[in-house]
Design a protein around this ligand. Sequence first.
Ligand SMILES: C[S@@+](CC[C@H](N)C(=O)[O-])C[C@H]1O[C@@H](n2cnc3c(N)ncnc32)[C@H](O)[C@@H]1O
Length: 202
Amino acid sequence: MGIYQRHVAPRIVDTICSPAALAKWRAPVVAEMSGVIVECGFGAGRNLSYYPESVSGIIAIEPSDVMRRRANERIAAAPFRVRWGGLDGQHLELDDNVADGAVVTFSLCTIADPLAALAELRRVVKPGGELRVLEHGLAPDDAIRKWQYRFNRLEMVVADGCQLIRDPLATVESSPWKVTKTFQKYVPGPKPWGYFTSLRAQ
Ligand SMILES: C[S@@+](CC[C@H](N)C(=O)[O-])C[C@H]1O[C@@H](n2cnc3c(N)ncnc32)[C@H](O)[C@@H]1O
């Protein structure tokens, strides 16, 4: 991995994920969760402050050193224990049924094999536990999709493998999870990056 991918790209990606305006999307994603949650693609821990009091711990999966360092302050401030659970969501070294729920935000776009990660989350979450997902993805309009396909290669280089042309709803529907609730909408800002999907699955 080159210096750009290791040191620069994670900082750019974390800055893109930092706007306060995302709070109104992040908070509902983790609302009403409880017990131990496995968060795949934990990044710099930007969901931590939104977890409700009913959450007792987080198992964080994150490969980037830069992201893990950036998360440390938020982890120290968290009212529950956050432990690192591995570097690769596609191959978790966790026992079956160790978590009560799973969260993935803006990471199904980046993980090389998102279906492998979703299958691993299904394995480590107890039966009946919920998956919560928040993602940007492939837009419904041809005019926007055209730009998403044009920008995708550059996006992958600049933003550490992030893709604009993935369909998070279709991905979760092809996984072992059963989608129970979906909300999709363009958010303000450049539309190739701005078609958001928030979903719940069991
Ligand atoms: C766009 S960031 C999102 C971070 C955070 N979830 C957020 O909402 O701010 C994508 C994250 O996925 C992580 N990632 C990439 N490949 C991964 C993998 N195989 N397993 C777990 N996480 C991965 C990246 O290191 C990065 O932190």
